[in-house]
Design a protein. Structure first.
Length: 178
């Protein structure tokens, strides 16, 4: 008759340790390495999300500026003649930096304009709050000042308030009730 094993010595039945069970983990430095790598990986993901969000926000803002400039120069005779129907207007950062250094104008901006007849470079400057103007179109080695070089947005003069125009359809004035 065999005596039961106490788990420390050889098994009298001839069975050894289970080969399908991994040996116990010491839990020492490899656990700390996993935590450090996990934290660094998490920080990298957060940094990518923040930078990506900032990039998308900046791109959205610059696309809006490009759309504003496109609507401003779309019907200019020079643009229609050389570029045709405007398809896209995109800000060119490198050329803007070079143009600003060349002219000394920190408000100068350079756009790449593309249409159905061709592509060109549109150089302009800020002429008012949120208004671009003084545009020059460069295409085919030639420069053409645009005729509509300022914004088509009407300006509002600040001064005496004007009374509202009378409605010719109204038969008598309407007074508010107390």
């Amino acid at each position: 008759m065999s005596t039961p094993s106490d788990g420390f010595g050889p098994n009298p039945d001839g069975f050894g340790p289970n080969p399908n069970v991994p040996p116990p983990d010491s839990g020492g430095s490899s656990s700390a390495v996993k935590w450090v790598l996990g934290i660094l990986g998490g920080l990298a993901v957060v940094m990518l999300l923040c930078c990506g969000g900032c990039f998308l926000l900046a791109k959205f803002g610059l696309d809006q500026v490009g759309n504003q400039v496109a609507s401003q120069v779309r019907n200019d005779p020079v643009v229609v003649e050389h570029i045709g129907q405007v398809e896209s207007v995109e800000m060119d950062f490198m050329e803007t930096s070079r143009y600003q250094q060349e002219t000394g104008d920190s408000d100068a901006v350079v756009f790449t304009i593309t249409g159905d007849k061709g592509t060109g470079v549109l150089k302009g400057s800020q002429v008012g709050p949120n208004q671009m103007g003084d545009f020059i179109l460069e295409t085919g080695g030639e420069s053409y000042p645009l005729e509509q070089s300022t914004s088509e947005t009407p300006t509002i003069e600040v001064g005496e308030p004007q009374p509202p125009a009378a409605d010719p359809q109204a038969s008598e004035p309407v007074t508010p009730e107390p």
